[in-house]
Design a binder for this molecule. Structure first.
Ligand code: MG
Ligand code: MG
Length: 624
């Protein structure tokens, strides 16, 4: 065993034991922590269960939980605790499991005292030895007397028995703000098991937060990396295991949660690889997180009869038709290095649904240093690799499955994808003055339970940082919104998640195949110029109320003529401590997707979140 071996507690997932095992195997774990309830509630004896687990190629790495063992007064209670332990050890022998977790006592009759507890464990160690069982002791953050791993370690140290060791759980240590550096002085061979869980930074009772809101390493706000660096420094050579209680995960797709869990552990080990002595083996390292230089193209799927309508929209915002694909019904439009592809090929996977949904974003192609290395990282983190369906002389470039049915492609300098597009006669180069400067951000919408999953995907595969989740008020519910950014403006996503069935986000979601891109935001250097172009082309702009403009004039102390021209062109306005933000939304026929145009002034860092409720209300007014 080593820190590269991964395990997951069966309690993390939904389904019965056999469904859980199938998902855990498919996700790539080495083993499981068997949660007693999962075993007791499953209709198979221990020997049969052992075989079923082995059939999935998995090992039972830990049996848990065993509660309220130590510190009981001499007499019936204490005797019963020991006989309970013996019964568990017998079951473990039948299950083929060597390690058990005992968590610190919350028993009302328990007495404190490090030495009393150490004596209990020394005595239990003798019994455990006869069963070949190793007992790990864990300090619960809400333990009655023992709630700090340093005290648990002191008990284990004084028990001084080869079958008694310590179990560390990142949640219990980090949620109490206990310094993780204290782990470094514990001998690695006395750490019997390491459990990992993250959690959001919410001020809440430790027990309630733990039982309902734990999440995968990297999904929350705890410093798991620092915790793991300290663990690695001890020379600990056992597996790392997820123990996540989360209401959302327990009702989510079992395989999705199992895969997310595995991805989170692979990513964590990759992040701390420098601290692991044996990580010198290059085979164990992933290529570095992908830092795209930008977006090579965004492909939109449309119905063939809508081709001219969307082509004229693209022309109105400064794009020029720059060729049609050799073998597919796909047209390329370009301006200033920005490419939009319109795909009206009937073979497109979502073509059948486009009647109802209108335009959807089907592919996102990202410009990277080395497409093969990018693919290797994505693959190493469990991303699904797609076939490229190219014909003989066409550019082949790697693709992975993105949000929902969408595709993410990696393009590097040697990918000649543009050569697959045949230029129309007489248009061999760009002749139109560009109106757009680039892509500012891409907004994707998903169910709230998928939002953590996609946040983890983007932040592990790519070099993207997440910002805190904010609540946006939709007229029909709450939408949670999170920004993922590379910090350099080359790649930014805003993810919006909702469970309320009537919110704009949910309605959009129910309707849509593809990448669930809800809007593409282009950056511009002159908002009034693009607004005039859109108006002249007769394209519909999402308008705001008079109340809105009265409010921002007062809120930001805007000059009346400036505010009047914002209103005239339906431009929304925001400020942060750095600068100003002007943006407007254009909505097109038959599609739930918006095009947003944004102008950032003087280093404004936000995304106009303050205006999101008014955008959503405006959408409701026009019935979208
Ligand atoms: Mg634990
Ligand atoms: Mg936006």
């Amino acid at each position: 065993m080593s820190i590269f071996d991964t395990s997951i507690a069966t309690v993390c997932l939904s389904g019965d034991l056999s469904e859980k095992l199938a998902a855990i195997e498919a996700a790539g774990f080495t083993g499981i922590e068997i949660f007693e309830q999962d075993f007791i509630g499953f209709d198979m004896n221990p020997a049969q269960t052992k075989h079923m687990i082995a059939d999935h190629g998995l090992e039972v790495m830990l049996f848990q939980p065993f509660r309220d063992f130590e510190g009981l007064p001499k007499g019936v209670l204490r005797e019963r605790a020991f006989s309970r332990a013996k019964y568990k050890f017998e079951t473990m022998n039948q299950l083929g499991c060597e390690r058990i977790l005992i968590c610190s006592s919350v028993h009302p009759e328990a007495l404190g005292g490090i030495d009393r507890c150490a004596d209990d464990f020394a005595e239990l160690g003798e019994i455990a030895q006869t069963f070949g069982v190793k007992v790990g002791y864990e300090a619960l953050a809400w333990g009655r007397f023992i709630f700090d791993h340093r005290d648990a370690w002191e008990i284990v140290r004084r028990a001084n028995h080869p079958n008694i060791g310590l179990i560390l759980d990142s949640y219990h240590t980090l949620v109490r703000g206990i310094d993780t550096e204290s782990i470094r002085s514990i001998p690695g061979d006395k750490i019997f098991f390491v459990q990992l869980a993250d959690a959001p930074d919410i001020n809440m009772d430790y027990l309630y937060l733990s039982r309902h809101f734990r999440n995968m390493p990297g999904e929350g706000d705890l410093d798991i990396q620092r915790f793991m660096q300290a663990v690695a420094a001890t020379g600990y050579d056992g597996p790392i295991s997820l123990e996540i209680f989360n209401d959302q995960f327990r009702r989510s797709d079992t395989l999705m949660v199992a895969k997310d869990g595995h991805r989170s552990l692979v990513n964590l080990v990759d992040q701390i690889a420098e601290s692991i002595p044996e990580s010198g083996q290059p085979a164990l390292r992933l290529p570095p997180a992908i830092s795209p230089q930008g977006t090579s193209y965004i492909e939109c799927a449309i119905m063939p009869e809508k081709r001219d309508y969307y082509a004229s929209f693209l022309a109105a915002i400064g794009f020029q038709h720059m060729g049609s694909h050799k073998s597919k019904q796909v047209d390329r439009f370009e301006q200033a290095g920005l490419n939009i592809l319109l795909n009206y090929d009937k073979r497109y996977i979502g073509a059948g649904q486009l009647h109802e949904t209108g335009l959807v974003v089907s592919e996102l192609a990202l410009e990277v240093d080395d497409a093969d290395r990018a693919l290797a990282r994505a693959k190493g983190l469990g991303a699904e690799v797609l076939d490229s369906y190219t014909q003989n002389d066409e550019a082949e470039f790697p693709a992975i499955s993105g949000v929902n049915d969408s595709i993410i492609r990696f393009i590097d300098a040697k990918t000649g994808w543009i050569d697959d597009f045949i230029l129309p006669d007489g248009h061999s180069h760009l002749s139109v003055t560009p109106l757009l400067a680039g892509i500012d951000h891409i907004a994707q919408t998903m169910r709230y339970d998928q939002m953590l999953s996609w946040t983890l995907f983007y932040t592990s595969v790519f070099n993207l940082q997440k910002s805190p989740i904010v609540d946006v008020v939709d007229p029909d519910g709450i939408i949670k919104s999170q920004v993922l950014s590379d910090g350099q403006g080359r790649l930014r996503f805003t993810l919006n998640g909702s469970d309320a069935s009537n919110t704009r986000a949910s309605q959009f979601l129910n309707d849509s195949p593809g990448a669930n891109v809800q809007h593409i935001a282009f950056s511009v250097d002159d908002m009034f110029e693009i607004a005039r172009n859109i108006e002249q082309a007769g394209l519909p702009i999402l308008s705001q109320t008079d109340n809105y403009y009265d409010d921002i004039q007062a809120k930001f102390g805007l000059e009346a003529p400036f505010c009047q021209s914002l209103k005239q062109h339906h431009i929304l306005y925001d400020e942060d401590e750095y600068g100003q933000f002007l943006h407007l939304y254009c909505h097109l026929q038959d599609t739930g997707l918006f095009f947003e145009f944004v102008q950032r002034k003087a280093g404004y860092t936000g995304f106009g979140a303050a205006n999101a409720p008014y955008r959503l209300s405006a959408q409701r007014r026009i019935g979208q």
